[in-house]
Design a protein. Structure first.
Ligand SMILES: [Zn+2]
Ligand SMILES: [Zn+2]
Length: 174
């Protein structure tokens, strides 16, 4: 949903979004977020504050995450509120990078022109909501580095400390 911000004058406007599971597309393979288990339900209110716009919203979904340790997929409920500022700017091509950095520091998203895509805001907020490390559970045992078994499910009998580390690397290649 693309919103023309010039339409928002004295009265704030509220938008409702419902994004099906298929909406989510991975930016990079191996991303922590593998998809959605439930559609995104979101509501955003945009108000004009001088030359800026204040966005307040909330969203609800269930993320499909990949555990950093055991690589299994698991669901995590996400329900939260957020707010951010948008500032439309007219900028020259070569200034682009500098302007973006300055904006990030102040917690303001600079956008080219007066149009904003709400799906993009939702996507950013979803990325901001996940931790650096995603674990299916705090005490996830991860994969055995020797045989690759998921140690949450199966106890293997590999001896992890045996041999020179170089041989273990070699075994991985074989
Ligand atoms: Zn895990
Ligand atoms: Zn093993």
């Amino acid at each position: 949903m693309i919103i023309d911000l010039s339409q928002i004058q004295h009265e704030p406007k509220t938008f409702y979004l419902w994004l099906p599971e298929e909406w989510w597309e991975q930016d990079v393979p191996g991303d922590q977020i593998q998809g959605l288990y439930q559609p995104v339900d979101a509501c955003l209110t945009i108000a004009r504050l001088g030359k800026r716009f204040m966005v307040r919203g909330n969203l609800r979904t269930v993320l499909m995450l990949q555990c950093d340790r055991c690589m299994e997929l698991f669901g995590r409920e996400l329900e939260g509120e957020f707010h951010l500022f948008l500032e439309p700017v007219q900028k020259k091509q070569d200034e682009e990078e500098e302007v973006e950095l300055a904006g990030e520091e102040m917690g303001i998203d600079l956008i080219p022109g007066e149009e904003v895509e709400l799906e993009q805001i939702i996507k950013e907020q979803i990325y901001l909501s996940i931790p650096m490390k995603t674990l299916c559970k705090d005490d996830c045992l991860g994969l055995c580095p020797v045989c690759g078994a998921n140690r949450n499910i199966k106890k293997c009998s590999c001896h992890l400390t045996q041999g020179h580390p170089a041989f273990q690397e070699l075994r991985k290649l074989l």
